[in-house]
Unconditional design. Structure first.
Length: 219
């Protein structure tokens, strides 16, 4: 009986520790998701003009670096294509490039879908969010999944600002540069909206205050 009680207490401690780690990871992932949305030009309504300008500056620098890396990757690809052309022919080469571009575009679409689903989940009421198991082993699997998602978001956010680009091929970089360009366009559009709102505020007439004359008896 004593051993059973000790085992139960130990299992409960592990469960509580796992739940704490899960909660901490969820908070970190939430912040990374919000950053990822903004870096993709989404969810910008709550940003000030100053914040939008800072975001635009980061994206422009990221785009510059990605473009430089894309040019280098294109040179490497060209050398590789010469060899492949000699071995496989032009038709095979064109099909391969078309398939690779389609695959990278598919991945970009999946990233957008995951962002939308993450936003919906984050904004959903607590009662419809997933139930957590009481089994510490199952909770550890949840922790592993959250750690993977955290790393994925960190990598994507870094790449949007021109970091962690090693290992990316020409077509992957090309599609990524399109995503950054779209984000910059969205930020610029939101900046114009914010400027228009600020100008509208300055044009509004200030309310007049009716001051009644003070009689000598009030002094």
């Amino acid at each position: 009986m004593l051993n059973y009680a000790r085992t139960t207490r130990s299992s409960e401690q592990r469960r509580l520790q796992c739940l704490q780690v899960i909660q901490e990871l969820q908070e970190e992932i939430k912040l990374l998701q919000i950053s990822n949305e903004k870096l993709n030009g989404e969810g910008l309504d709550d940003m000030s003009s100053t914040e939008l300008a800072s975001l635009e500056s980061m994206l422009k620098e990221g785009f510059r670096i990605v473009e430089e890396q894309t040019e280098k990757a294109h040179e490497e690809l060209t050398v590789k294509q010469i060899v492949e052309y000699d071995l496989m022919g032009m038709e095979w080469l064109r099909k391969k490039e078309k398939d690779d571009l389609a695959y990278q575009s598919l991945l970009a679409g999946r990233r957008a879908t995951l962002r939308n689903k993450a936003r919906e989940f984050r904004l959903s009421p607590p009662e419809i969010q997933p139930w957590r198991s009481n089994d510490p082993e199952r909770l550890k699997l949840d922790i592993d999944s959250l750690e993977i998602e955290k790393k994925r978001l960190c990598l994507l956010n870094q790449r949007m600002i021109g970091k962690e680009l090693d290992g990316m091929g020409y077509l992957e970089l090309t599609v990524f540069s399109f995503e950054i360009t779209r984000a910059m366009m969205n930020v610029e559009a939101m900046k114009k909206i914010k400027r228009a709102e600020e100008m509208e505020k300055t044009k509004r007439p200030k309310p007049t205050v009716n001051k009644e004359p003070i009689s000598p008896g009030q002094i």
